[in-house]
Design a protein around this ligand. Structure first.
Ligand SMILES: *[C@@H]1O[C@H](CO)[C@@H](O)[C@H](O)[C@H]1NC(C)=O
Ligand SMILES: *[C@@H]1O[C@H](CO)[C@@H](O)[C@H](O)[C@H]1NC(C)=O
Ligand SMILES: *[C@@H]1O[C@H](CO)[C@@H](O)[C@H](O)[C@H]1NC(C)=O
Ligand SMILES: *[C@@H]1O[C@H](CO)[C@@H](O)[C@H](O)[C@H]1NC(C)=O
Ligand SMILES: *[C@@H]1O[C@H](CO)[C@@H](O)[C@H](O)[C@H]1NC(C)=O
Ligand SMILES: *[C@@H]1O[C@H](CO)[C@@H](O)[C@H](O)[C@H]1NC(C)=O
Ligand SMILES: *[C@@H]1O[C@H](CO)[C@@H](O)[C@H](O)[C@H]1NC(C)=O
Ligand SMILES: *[C@@H]1O[C@H](CO)[C@@H](O)[C@H](O)[C@H]1NC(C)=O
Length: 565
């Protein structure tokens, strides 16, 4: 009996079909209409970005999180969560895209101080007040979609029964439940999720409200109730992943029975455990290798033969297992570590926050392409590792920190002389010109900023992270996280319309030049006391506003002449 049970467990462990779908489809975005007064907009945006930054590690650790940033007069509260059935990887992907899209609610565009974005896989909300006790508000809505089901009457009855059951079951199950209902040959699938800050009582109230709200949807194929404290959805298609979570109506009962059996047969289990463990790992290894082969297909052989591919184990060891002492920095797309390869070469290793296995061939081709770019003002990409548990990029190591470090820690580091600053500005310009026009692949950097300009021992600037956007397929979250961190550098027409040309880089470069010449960071201008710098900024901001208000976006030479003045 025990053996049978064990074997059953064993095989259910082996067949973990991780449905990879981040469900990053937008159900609704709700921006509030409270606007920030113009003088505090910038501050609000930077608090917003800090709150988002604080949220990301929480999401990737426990799939939900809340953060608060700012002073009591201007505070940003943020909350994000993934649906419980999403894998961690899908959760990260969904959240990254959510974070990019919620920018559409920001003061920059509509002047709003709050917004929530419902994706089918995750949820994100920010506001300027403490909303962590809200479950039902008058912003709550429902979205019906699709045509009427051809078995209208039966489908409607099933859908209503299902959402009602879900609304009772989820509060007892930690605020989450998925189930399907099939009667008279008509199936309907559903998911209910309360946000983590909502207690069981409020969860029940919220879902009860959601049930009435969603009630107008059937017999339409799809319905979603989007409440402040919860999310409820039904569909004629199975959209959730119930392989990872045990959540069927008999779930609790079944688990209790299982526990009893397990306890009773504990002794027997112990005996076979050793053998089973061995078999498990052998099998797992085999499966992994098979899976790798399936995922990478033909590319695997190419990758393995290529000089660019580096073994994960070696890189892991080179960084002393990604020890914090070796950490050089944290960027939007991942953290960077210093590493010493077995041959003594020092490199910088970037741990990507996205797993690239889904588009391994594309990724590898791009690494190939970018690694061919050599220029004295560009950081070289030396290789990558894509077959390990996480994706790594290996770069040339540039010893003398970034411009950001030099400008923000001037008391520790020597201030840069005018000659050096001139050299740096010129070098960046040369590097950018090479990327835009002279290299064999035309690359728009998209994320020119102080921390992406590294300095060599003789203060030769080197642009880092170029081509990163190319590594991620279109419409994936590509550099979304990077974008969210660097709003101050973004060209107005890119922010507003997503229109991307080399000019976006030139705009960022302009901001950079002001920063280098003035020795201050873009964001520090907001609070600076009156000085010529402030004047520069005010004019600079006016120029930006001017760009925003008028449809014509002229050359950015315009902004430069202002800054130098
Ligand atoms: C609703 O259906 C339309 C057409 O099928 C689709 O384009 C849209 O994305 C759907 N909306 C949602 C929220 O699923
Ligand atoms: C904001 O929205 C609320 C409710 O939708 C409405 O009552 C109020 O008038 C709006 N305020 C402004 C300034 O539009
Ligand atoms: C807000 O974010 C900034 C920048 O990340 C950080 O230095 C500051 O401590 C944060 N403030 C609060 C109240 O968390
Ligand atoms: C649940 O949360 C609501 C709203 O935050 C609160 O009013 C209520 O007292 C809480 N109930 C329990 C049992 O903690
Ligand atoms: C939430 O808490 C705030 C104070 O922290 C209070 O003013 C507000 O009324 C509460 N809202 C609800 C819905 O309980
Ligand atoms: C839904 O609830 C009804 C009544 O409470 C119950 O008879 C039925 O078995 C439930 N169905 C599912 C799928 O849980
Ligand atoms: C249920 O649907 C299947 C396939 O659509 C069909 O073969 C079967 O006859 C149907 N059963 C009933 C009871 O309608
Ligand atoms: C997942 O759901 C489908 C359809 O509702 C069901 O047939 C299947 O048995 C479920 N799997 C698990 C592991 O609960």
């Amino acid at each position: 009996m025990a053996l049978l049970l064990l074997l059953l467990l064993f095989f259910s462990c082996l067949s973990t079909p991780s449905l990879s779908d981040p469900r990053a489809t937008k159900a609704a975005m709700l921006c509030t209409n409270r606007t920030a007064p113009t003088p505090s907009r910038q501050l609000f945006v930077s608090n917003f970005l800090a709150a988002m930054d604080a949220l990301t590690p929480l999401i990737s650790a426990k799939r939900y999180g809340s953060s608060i940033n700012g002073t009591h007069t201007l505070t940003v509260y943020a909350f994000g969560q993934c649906m419980k059935d999403l894998s961690q990887q899908d959760c990260n992907m969904c959240f990254a895209q959510c974070k990019t899209q919620i920018l559409n609610c920001l003061p920059f565009q509509k002047g709003t101080r709050g917004g929530s974005l419902f994706f089918d896989g995750c949820y994100l909300r920010y506001d300027d007040y403490n909303f962590f006790n809200e479950t039902i508000t008058d912003r709550d809505t429902s979205v019906c979609n699709g045509t009427s089901n051809k078995n209208g009457v039966v489908y409607k009855a099933n859908a209503l029964q299902l959402v009602s059951n879900l609304s009772h079951l989820a509060p007892k199950n930690g605020g989450f439940f998925v189930a399907s209902l099939s009667r008279k040959n008509v199936s309907v699938y559903g998911l209910a999720q309360c946000w983590e800050y909502v207690n069981a009582t409020s969860c029940r109230n919220c879902l009860a409200d959601a049930v009435t709200r969603i009630g107008s949807c059937p017999p339409k194929q799809e319905g979603r109730a989007l409440n402040t404290g919860c999310y409820l959805r039904y569909s004629s298609q199975k959209f959730y992943d119930n392989s990872t979570v045990v959540a069927s109506s008999s779930g609790n009962h079944g688990r209790r029975k299982l526990a009893i059996i397990l306890a009773a047969s504990f002794a027997a289990l112990a005996l076979v455990l050793a053998a089973a463990t061995f078999a498990f790992f052998a099998r797992k290894n085999l499966l992994k290798r098979r899976r790798d082969r399936r995922q990478f297909g033909a590319i695997l052989d190419t990758v393995n033969k290529s000089k660019l591919n580096m073994a994960y184990e070696i890189l892991e060891k080179a960084t002393n297992y990604f020890n914090d002492d070796n950490k050089l920095g944290q960027g939007g797309s991942g953290s960077v570590y210093k590493g010493v390869l077995p041959d003594g070469n020092v490199v910088a290793i970037k741990r990507l926050s996205f797993n690239t296995t889904q588009w391994a061939d594309h990724f590898f081709n791009e690494v190939n392409l970018i690694s061919g770019i050599h220029h004295k003002n560009l950081v070289r990409l030396l290789g990558c590792s894509i077959t390990g548990p996480e994706s790594l990029l290996v770069y040339e190591y540039v010893p003398n920190k970034s411009l950001h470090d030099h400008l923000s820690a001037r008391r520790i580091l020597q201030p840069l002389t005018w000659e050096v600053r001139y050299k740096i500005i010129l070098g960046i310009a040369e590097g950018m010109a090479y990327l835009h026009e002279e290299s064999h692949v035309r690359i728009i950097h998209r994320d020119i900023k102080l921390s992406n300009i590294l300095l060599d021992n003789d203060f030769t600037p080197k642009i880092a992270d170029f081509g990163l956007a190319r590594l991620f397929p279109e419409d994936k979250s590509h550099i979304s996280t990077a974008i969210a961190g660097t709003l101050g550098y973004m060209a107005p027409e890119y922010v507003v319309r997503g229109k991307l040309t080399e000019k976006a880089d030139v705009f960022s470069f302009g901001v950079l030049v002001v920063e280098i010449v003035s020795g201050r960071k873009n964001t520090s201008f907001i609070t600076s006391s009156s000085s010529i710098l402030q004047t520069v900024t005010v004019i600079f901001c006016r120029a930006s506003t001017y760009f925003l208000d008028n449809v014509s976006f002229a050359d950015y030479h315009f902004s430069f002449s202002f800054s130098i003045y």
